[in-house]
Design a binder for this molecule. Sequence first.
Ligand code: GLP
Length: 252
Amino acid sequence: MRVIIVKNAEEVGKRAADLIEQEMKQHRNPVLGLATGSTPIPTYKELIRRCKKGKGMDFSTAITFNLDEYVGLPGTHDQSYRYFMNHQLFNHVNVNKKNTHVPNGMVRGMKAIQQSCDEYETMIDDVGGVDMQLLGIGGNGHIGFNEPGSSLGSMTRIKTLSLRTRKDNARFFKSMREVPRLAITMGIGTILKARKVVLLATGESKAQAVADSLEGPVSAMCPASALQLHRFATYVIDKGAASKLTLDTYEH
Ligand code: GLP
């Protein structure tokens, strides 16, 4: 695995934007897997800056698939991941919104939900798969909303959020009661199908999860550890997130 350790969150954003830009330039229709959360915000800011500067950053032919969405929040809700993506990236770059995909959290009934999840997988496959998947990491090692215990072979499906994740994300909601209990998420198997994966982490609160995922065993108890099985997985992390790593072979 490639591990790049940089000074701070801003540098993480720049290095990640470099990787995304290089990848996009290699494809006529780049297919990007995108993530939400506070960690990728500097990356999106940098992509927007490069797009506005007209320096060759071009989203007009890009196709995007987001990792996950809360169940029960419409795209107009300010805590839905569709809303996040529109406001943090899509509204500010020349992407065609029709080519941006976020799992639908508003489907009702278990059968219909699974059908819509299967359709999400088919849509990804129909465009030839994801070229580069961007990821954050939860404090408990989750990727997307694949909580500890998730099958390493899982595909897009509905998941129950752990109390830890709900508490971590409660800061974005008015109260804990409003934090959804369920989410639709790409599976770990879906993520592993992407041709390249880039995981971002910043701050000491992520240090244990980063260390477990890179230097611990591959285990469903730390979903991000599944990336050890991927041929082209890159971590771009800051010093805080790297503070519990023990090997001295990482890139600085
Ligand atoms: C949420 C998202 C994850 C994200 C995680 C970490 O649970 N579903 O995709 O990686 O939060 O968020 P943050 O970057 O805000 O720490």
